[in-house]
Design a protein around this ligand. Structure first.
Ligand SMILES: Nc1ncnc2c1ncn2[C@@H]1O[C@H](COP(=O)(O)OP(=O)(O)OP(=O)(O)O)[C@@H](O)[C@H]1O
Length: 443
């Protein structure tokens, strides 16, 4: 079908229709420079995640690639055609868009909305063909929206509407698909289903660029991430090379632990609080004690635990000036990451591997040397017989209880395994009362 020769690609040899080439693109809104010399090539069958902080320019870049925004300088080609040289009807034969805001200003049935994806493929006044109808039904099925097909679009939920608009883009059957926050309103099940579908589309040979805020999902599903910050490409490559503690700190201005997901093996980003003193620590230290802020420095504390709870304990103790050590912690985990960042003495072990006698001896030595040993309650189920033996030699014990009541059973189970005497000897505290509990043990 043709709209006219001006919209048609020229006959010169051109790249695959699913190739995107963004070259030196800059774009301003008035005085505000939003994109600055952005260059990016996306190959057929690639799924690229655009990540970056709010206002980095992700939506603006996507809208520039779709042809909706014209750059101040630079060019954008899809399949060798400059997207700004063709009509929007022509460009919608090679690029489909799922915008961030999927609200629609009409009340058509869902099936009709999806059918709109077929419009660029037929002449203006013709009726849908059998192929069009098949494409619509298939798109409804793939996005799990068949059940909604007869409902008015303005009466479905935001997440359902997002899937309908994705169905419209799927029905459009373009070589390139641009998605702006495709999972933002979706529950976890539909997030995964949607990204699995996007992967299928990519595996069929389509090219997808998606702005995704959820870094874990982006790392899990995308072949490549492009990290935008202040309108420029900060880094571009495989998820594990783009998502690092350093890049997160530089672009999101956030302290984060980046660790391999134990199930998927892809990077997981855990944002940690910044290093400003936490409310309470300063007042506890400086609350008129004769020995003031050095109160804790002279008393070594050893921590046993893992995960974010142990990382939180380390942060609190370190900020309070405690001479703290931790271990054993799983190598590559959040607790090890926090220990390294806070420059705390730590002993790491390979997850699921037996602890070597050298590490065991080192852990024992730290427990014996410590005035207080802190066991992070959420880790108690993982405390093994060797740890129990080591704890026998602890001068005093504090257990930080999990914040939710959910782990109580585990905790009781572990206390039982630790023996009746242990439960009585240990002082139990919520995270907020940790310093007070240590203080009380030191009295
Ligand atoms: N139409 C517009 N007119 C003026 N300024 C705009 C317009 N659209 C975006 N901006 C500005 O451009 C900058 C980049 O916005 P953009 O929406 O591209 O960022 P983003 O990375 O997608 O952000 P978010 O993660 O919050 O969705 C912001 O400072 C924004 O205020």
């Amino acid at each position: 079908m043709s709209d006219g020769s001006a919209d048609e690609p020229t006959a010169r040899s051109r790249p695959d229709p699913a190739t995107i080439a963004v070259r030196d693109v800059s774009l301003s809104f008035g005085d505000l420079r939003v994109l600055e010399d952005v260059s990016l090539t996306v190959s057929p069958g690639e799924f690229v995640g655009l990540v970056g902080p709010n206002g980095a320019g992700k939506t603006t870049l996507l809208r520039s690639i779709s042809g909706a925004f014209e750059p101040s300088s630079g060019t954008i080609e899809i399949g060798g055609t400059d997207v700004h040289d063709v009509s929007s009807r022509a460009s919608s034969r090679f690029v489909a868009v799922v915008p961030q805001d999927t609200s629609l200003s009409f009340s058509f049935p869902v099936r009709d909305v999806v059918e709109m994806g077929r419009h660029p493929h037929r002449s203006r006044f013709s009726s849908p063909t059998v192929d069009d109808r098949d494409a619509v039904e298939r798109a409804l099925e793939r996005t799990r929206t068949t059940d909604l097909a007869d409902r008015p679009i303005d009466e479905v939920s935001g997440g359902q509407r997002q899937r309908v608009v994705l169905a419209r883009a799927v029905a459009q059957a373009t070589p390139v698909l641009l998605l702006d926050e495709p999972t933002a309103s979706l529950d976890i099940n539909h997030q995964i289903e949607t990204l699995e579908l996007v992967r299928e589309l990519v595996d069929d040979g389509r090219t997808v660029v998606a702005a995704i805020h959820d870094l874990d999902l982006a790392a899990r599903y995308c072949d490549r991430l492009v990290l935008l910050a202040d309108g420029t490409v900060h880094s571009d490559g495989p998820p594990q090379s783009v998502l690092t503690r350093e890049t997160i700190a530089e672009t999101f201005e956030a302290n984060a632990a980046v660790t391999p997901n134990p199930v998927t093996g892809t990077p997981t980003v855990t944002a940690l609080s910044d290093r400003t003193p936490f409310a309470g620590a300063d007042s506890e230290i400086g609350s008129g004690r004769a020995d003031g802020g050095d109160r804790f420095a002279a008393f070594p504390v050893h921590v046993i635990g893992s995960g974010t709870a142990a990382a939180g304990v380390l942060e609190r103790l370190e900020r309070a000036g405690v001479d703290v050590s931790v271990g054993p912690v799983p190598a590559g985990g959040v607790a090890e990451e926090a220990a390294r960042r806070l420059e705390v003495d730590y002993l790491a072990v390979e997850p699921f591997e037996p602890i070597s006698s050298d590490v065991r001896a080192a852990v024992d030595a730290r427990i014996r040397n410590a005035d207080v040993t802190v066991v992070v309650g959420s880790a108690l189920p993982a405390v093994g017989p060797d740890d129990l033996e080591s704890l026998e030699s602890a001068s005093s014990l504090v257990v930080v209880e999990p914040e939710s009541g959910g782990s109580r059973t585990d905790e009781n189970g572990a206390s039982d395994r630790l023996g009746g005497g242990w439960g009585e000897r240990a002082r139990k505290t919520p995270m907020d009362g940790l310093l007070e509990a240590i203080d009380a043990e030191l009295e």
